[in-house]
Every structure is written in structure tokens, then in C-alpha cells.
Write a protein that binds this ligand. Sequence first.
Ligand code: NAD
Length: 277
Amino acid sequence: MAFQKFDLTGKTALITGAAGLLGMEHAAALLESGAKVVLTDIGEASLNAACSQLAQHFDAARILTRVMDVSQPAAIQAVAETLWQTGVRIDILVNNAAIDPKVKGEQGVLETSRLENFPLEQWNLQVAVGLTGAFLCSQVFGTAMAKDGKGGVILNIASDLSVFSPDQRLYRKEGLPDNLQPVKPVTYSVIKAGLVGLTRYLATYWAEKGVRCNALSPGGVFNGQGEAFVQRLSSLIPLGRMADKDEYRAAVQFLCSDASSYMNGQNIVMDGGRSTW
Ligand SMILES: NC(=O)c1ccc[n+]([C@@H]2O[C@H](COP(=O)([O-])OP(=O)(O)OC[C@H]3O[C@@H](n4cnc5c(N)ncnc54)[C@H](O)[C@@H]3O)[C@@H](O)[C@H]2O)c1
């Protein structure tokens, strides 16, 4: 059968930051392939909303929710324990959670996205969620995957900015002096490049135990951004447009299933060709 290796029936996937824009899409992708999903995020209300939305299309019995802050080791451990106690084995971990501060820029206000002014507490918070969180979740769930001999898959959601630097001209606001121009913050580049390093490390660390690890690096998803920004970004992309939010589903299905059984340690860049220009 052509798509047999994509079948995830009987597998359970835990997704971090699952109530967000792409987290929901990853969940839908895995549900489409037959998996059970554990949606995790920081807020109960947003998790419930995500669950209700997904339950309109998929069997609600295959959707669990858990509040879990990925920056808190005790919270991750507690969620793992409650899942294990009820016989839920996590076969697939999708490290997706991140804090993505929107680049705005206000005239006359100290522009804190800029490197010169970037607050240390923001650095610590964003790294704690986007990078340390992926390490902590991999530590708990990856260790368990390796331990019982059944293996598993870890998918780290990076970004096209894991392979090139942000083009700060995209975020320029007319009429602002250079020192007040908003930028994509340094944390984003550091976290996403770090996730690729984590991916390579994990890919080799538990390979003999059947745990594979890859990264998916999406390009920008259209989500109602301003027209000028969308035009500027689209002009940097050979396909001439931003991604639709559901265009990563097939890649998630591939990377989380046996369809990619010989792929390990890779960073799959899906950016409409931007990084090839
Ligand atoms: N949207 C894009 O254009 C795009 C492009 C490339 C990469 N990405 C990456 O995809 C992933 C998802 O992005 P998105 O656009 O869905 O963002 P989003 O902001 O919609 O979702 C991120 C989710 O992470 C959750 N989160 C924040 N702090 C958390 C914590 N401490 N513990 C657990 N969860 C926490 C948020 O509540 C939110 O639901 C991110 O890693 C992002 O960097 C997104």
C-alpha cells in the first residue's frame, strides 16, 4: 500500500505549544495519520479551545490535553508521570513551543527588540521556552522512548531563520531613525540554530535505541500580516508568497512516521525556496 508507512495508528504524539497557530496544524497532521495526540500548552482555556476545534474533524477520544509549561522541569515530569500512570506511552514528541515576540516598533519608545537594548530577562525567557524547553521535554520523553526498547521520534520545530540571518529590512518602519527601527530579535536566530544543534545531538545519542530526531524549518506563515510586510517578504521567496498554515502537515506526517525511517539528524527547510536565493 502506497501510504502504509505514514500510518500512525496506535502511536501517541505529544505536541508542545499545541494551542498555537502551527501547533494545531501539527496536531491535525498527526490525527489525520491515525495517531492519538496529547496537546500541551500553558493555558487551559486555549487548550480546551484547540481541543474543541480539532474534535470537529477528528475523534475526540484520540485527543488529550495537558497544561504544561516547557520551561518548568517539574511540570514536564508531572505530566509525564500522569500519562505513564494511565498507560499512555509517548511515541512521538514535537517540540514546537516558542515565544515569538511580534516585531512592532513604536515611535519615540526605546526599541527593545534591538540588540543594543535587548533585555536580559527577555533573552532568558525566550531561550528557556524555545530551546531549553525542547531539551527538557526531550530529556523526559526521549529517555523514556530509549529505555523500553520501542524507540520513537522527536521532531524539533525550528525555522528558516535556523539557516540564514533575518533580513532586518523586512521590519523597517518609514520615518523612524536607525536606532529606533524594530528588528527580529537575536534570540530567534540563536534558539533556532540551537535547535538544529540539539537535533544532531539527539539523532546520534539514542540512535541505537531506535529514537530518531529531525528538525523542520518552516518559512513564514501568512496570518493576516500587513500588506507591505507580506509584499516585501514574498519578493524574497522564489514561490512569491508566504506559506499557508496547513502546508507543513505532510512534512510532519513524513518526519513523524516510518515513511522517514532512514532520516535522522536532518533539518528540513520548507521555505518556498527562500534559502536557495
Ligand atoms: N508562524 C510562523 O510563521 C513560523 C515560521 C517558522 C517557524 N515557526 C515556529 O513554529 C512554532 C509554532 O509557531 P506559531 O506560529 O504556531 O506560534 P504561536 O505563538 O501561535 O504558538 C506558540 C505556542 O507556544 C505556547 N507557549 C509559549 N510559552 C510556552 C511555555 N512556556 N510552555 C509551553 N508552551 C508555551 C504559546 O502559548 C503558543 O500557543 C514556533 O517554534 C515558531 O518559532 C513559526
